[in-house]
Design a protein around this ligand. Structure first.
Ligand SMILES: *[C@@H]1O[C@H](CO)[C@@H](O)[C@H](O)[C@H]1NC(C)=O
Ligand SMILES: *[C@@H]1O[C@H](CO)[C@@H](O)[C@H](O)[C@H]1NC(C)=O
Ligand SMILES: *[C@@H]1O[C@H](CO)[C@@H](O)[C@H](O)[C@H]1NC(C)=O
Ligand SMILES: *[C@@H]1O[C@H](CO)[C@@H](O)[C@H](O)[C@H]1NC(C)=O
Length: 271
C-alpha cells in the first residue's frame, strides 16, 4: 500500500471485529439472469467455458445442455461439463446464473442446486460488470423460457440463447460508493464482503482496511497490525490483540476480520 491510499491523515478511529459472515446482498454491479430451461427427457448437463476478459457472456440451452460461455472473469478460467442427472418429469428446470464481479465469483442454480463455476478469489480492482443484453436470437423448441435479468422480464418466448456485454469498472471504488450511499448497515456490508472474498491477511479498499485472521485449534492469540503508509507515527498505527479466548471452543476454525474505516464513508452515530 502506498501513501496515495490516503489513510495517513484521516486514519479512522472506528474499529470492529466480526466473527462470522452470512448472506449475500444484491448490488448494482452484480448480475442475475434467471429463466426456465425447457429440455428433453434424457440426461442433462451444465456446460461451461469461462475465460478472462471483458466481452460477451452467452447463456444458451438446448435439449440436453445448459451452457454458459464467454469472457467476463478477472482471474477465473474454467471449462467443463457437469452431469446434472435425469430430467425432471415436467421437462422444465428453473435456473439462475449469478455473477459477482467484485469477488470474481460465478455460480449457477439449476433445480434448486447451486454449482459454483468460479470461486471467490479476493476483491478485484478492475472487473467486468453492468452486463447489458445483446442479441437474443429467434425461438426454439428447446431453450430458455421467461428469461429475467435482475427480476425484469427479458422475454416470455422460448429462446435458444441470450447474450450479454460487459464493461470494465473499478469495482473497489464502486463498492465503496455503494457502501457509503446504501441505506443498510455499511459496516456489515463491508465486513461480509471481505469475509466472502475468502482472502486471509490484509485487504485494502478505498474506504477501509481489513485484516482477516483464521483462528484454528490451539489458537494462541495474535496481534493484528494493519499496514499504514510510511511516516505514520507509531502511536497512530492501528493494532489490536486477539486473545486466545476469542476462538469459540466448539468450532475448529473461525475467521475474524478487523476493519478500519475511513471516517467519511460512514455516518457517525449509525452504529
Ligand atoms: C447442446 O449444447 C451443448 C453445449 O453447448 C452441445 O455440446 C451439444 O452438442 C448441443 N446438443 C444439441 C442436441 O444440439
Ligand atoms: C443458491 O444461490 C442463491 C443466490 O446466492 C441463493 O439465494 C440460494 O439460496 C442458493 N440455493 C441453495 C440451494 O443453496
Ligand atoms: C471449475 O468448475 C467446477 C465445476 O465444473 C468446480 O468444481 C471447480 O471448483 C471450478 N474451478 C475453479 C478454479 O473455480
Ligand atoms: C412464463 O410466464 C407466463 C406469463 O407470466 C406464465 O403464465 C407461465 O406460467 C410462465 N411459465 C413458466 C414455466 O415459468
Amino acid at each position: 500500500m502506498g501513501p496515495n491510499q490516503g489513510f495517513g491523515g484521516t486514519l479512522c478511529m472506528i474499529f470492529l471485529i466480526a466473527l462470522f459472515a452470512s448472506g449475500s446482498g444484491e448490488n448494482d454491479r452484480d448480475f442475475k439472469m434467471c429463466g426456465t430451461w425447457c429440455h428433453g427427457n434424457g440426461l442433462l448437463t451444465l456446460a461451461h467455458d469461462l475465460k478472462r476478459g471483458c466481452g460477451t457472456i452467452t447463456i444458451s440451452a438446448n435439449e440436453s445442455s445448459l451452457s454458459i460461455r464467454g469472457e467476463i472473469t478477472a482471474q477465473c478460467e474454467n471449462s467443463s461439463v457437469i452431469k446434472l442427472g435425469p430430467s425432471p418429469e415436467a421437462r422444465e428446470s428453473p435456473f439462475c446464473v449469478y455473477w459477482e464481479p467484485l469477488l470474481d465469483q460465478l455460480w449457477v442454480e439449476v433445480n434448486g442446486q447451486n454449482h459454483t463455476l468460479c470461486w471467490p478469489s479476493g476483491l478485484q480492482e478492475n472487473c467486468c460488470t453492468d452486463l447489458s443484453q445483446g442479441g437474443n436470437k429467434g425461438t426454439a423448441i428447446y431453450g430458455i423460457l421467461n428469461a429475467t435479468q435482475r427480476d425484469d422480464i427479458l422475454s416470455y418466448q422460448r429462446r435458444p440463447a441470450y447474450e450479454f456485454f460487459g464493461g470494465i469498472v473499478n469495482c473497489k471504488n464502486v463498492f465503496c460508493d455503494e457502501a457509503s450511499q446504501g441505506s443498510g448497515d455499511k459496516v456489515n456490508m463491508i465486513e461480509e464482503t471481505v469475509m466472502r472474498s475468502k482472502v486471509l491477511g490484509n485487504v485494502v479498499l478505498p474506504c477501509a482496511l481489513s485484516s482477516v485472521v483464521e483462528m484454528k485449534e490451539g489458537f494462541q492469540g495474535y496481534n493484528i497490525i494493519l499496514p499504514v503508509p510510511r511516516g505514520v507515527p507509531p502511536q497512530m498505527i492501528p493494532s489490536v490483540h486477539l486473545p486466545s479466548c476469542l476462538k469459540p471452543p466448539e468450532k475448529q476454525k473461525v475467521k475474524v476480520v478487523c476493519t478500519y474505516f475511513k471516517i467519511q464513508y460512514l455516518i457517525p452515530g449509525e452504529f
